[in-house]
Design a protein around this ligand. Structure first.
Ligand SMILES: Cc1ncc(COP(=O)(O)O)c(C=O)c1O
Length: 381
């Protein structure tokens, strides 16, 4: 089995630790252990004393009842038995693909997106058709194109809502149309919803695919919207038969997730509203900062994100995106992700949900870099 290298993960692995202004990170500014435990006013020491006699067994194999109950509450129609705990959304996505995709299957996947969603089914021998998202279309899929790509051999349609890297969102009506196309061909829909909840519009009411479609599967995690990537916990929410088939394969790779991670995740989920209040404040204030910066930078444009933590910035400079990011990084330590990781040259991806201070300083450094390119091109005239 061959698989393409995971471009964005390789990029992050190589540079992230040395970044001075990390504008490539996609999680909302991570919480410390102490911030998490004391979120609802609890005493830090008492919290750990209360779990001191826990035996470090494998714990509940599919996720603790409290974990699954709290996750189920994030949906309209989902019951705890429709939830399967996994190691992050990356583990959840992988398990769904490992379970559903067989050699020769046809799969449709939005593009750009998190590369795992297309490279893994390709590696399993599926024919993956790309449904391109472009800035001209505000990074939303063309539904006529989707209808033309789908046929009776389509096993799975893969979408990502909100989208990484663009921050675009499909609303309920849009999703209903995708469901209609999938239902016509009896295809599954996998929707990676790892950024769900991080809406810019306070009135947004965007359903999860699992609540809309009998063959809809939603994946999510503690990492992005809940700022707790270090727990390495995520989940699949799906129909019973899919969960059962996933479990058969999961027994070979996972057994269970970490018992302490589960306890901390339950604590976070019990304080969900407080955590989301903090995180929505960060993403909304920071997008305002980013938007003001984009408006004043002549050589930068973008489709303003509607949700999530990332945006694709288009730059009007004749330079490959990887060179752009490396030169910027070497000049002043500001760290972005090249659009080449998403097959969108001439762009860079920014993650704007870091601390507001890092965002402001990082953007100043990007401006410094852009000005230095301008100076050089003036000198060379
Ligand atoms: C769309 C998307 N899905 C899944 C993941 C994996 O996240 P995790 O495994 O930390 O939940 C990421 C991480 O960047 C992502 O952007």
């Amino acid at each position: 089995m061959k698989i393409n290298a995971f471009a964005i993960e390789e990029w992050m692995n190589e540079y992230e630790d040395d970044a001075v202004y990390n504008l490539a990170e996609t999680c909302v500014d991570s919480l410390s252990l102490e911030e998490l435990v004391t979120l609802g006013g609890e005493d830090y020491d008492s919290f750990f004393r209360s779990i001191a006699d826990k035996k470090l067994t494998y714990g509940h194999i599919t996720g603790s009842p409290a974990y699954k109950e709290n996750i189920a509450k994030l949906y309209e129609t989902v019951k705890p038995e429709n939830i399967l705990s996994m190691n992050g959304a990356i583990g959840a996505n992988f398990l769904v693909l490992f379970t559903l995709v067989e050699p020769g299957d046809e799969v449709i996947c939005v593009d750009p997106t998190y590369q795992q969603l297309r490279s893994v089914p390709e590696s399993f021998g599926a024919e993956v058709k790309r449904l391109r998202l472009t800035q001209e279309n505000n990074f939303l899929p063309d539904l006529d194109e989707l209808a033309a790509l789908a046929n009776e051999n389509t096993k799975l349609i893969i979408i990502n809502n909100p989208n990484n890297p663009a921050g675009s969102v499909m609303d309920a009506a849009y999703l209903e149309e995708i469901v209609e196309i999938a239902r016509k061909h009896d295809a599954y829909i996998l929707c990676d919803e790892v950024y769900r909840g991080l809406w810019q519009d306070p009135k947004a009411d965007i359903p999860a695919i699992v609540d809309l479609y009998e063959k809809g599967i939603s994946t999510g995690s503690m990492s992005k919207a809940l700022s707790l990537a270090g727990l390495r916990l995520g989940w699949i929410a799906g129909p019973q038969d899919v969960i059962r088939k996933c479990l058969t394969r999961r027994d070979y790779t996972t057994i269970s997730n970490g018992l302490l991670d589960d306890i901390l995740a339950v604590h976070a989920l019990e304080n969900y509203d407080k955590l989301m209040e903090r995180n929505l404040k960060i993403v909304r204030e920071n997008l305002h900062v980013l938007d003001e910066w984009v408006q004043k930078e002549d050589r930068i444009s973008y489709a303003k994100p509607q949700a999530g933590t990332t945006a694709l910035l288009k730059y009007d400079i004749d330079m490959p995106s990887e060179e752009f990011c490396k030169k910027l990084f070497n000049m002043n330590g500001a760290f972005l992700a090249p659009g080449s990781c998403f097959d969108v040259e001439g762009t860079v991806r920014i993650g704007y949900a870091c601390s507001t201070e890092v965002l402001k300083k990082g953007l100043e450094k990007v401006s410094e870099f852009l000005a230095s390119i301008e100076e050089k091109s003036v000198q060379s005239i």
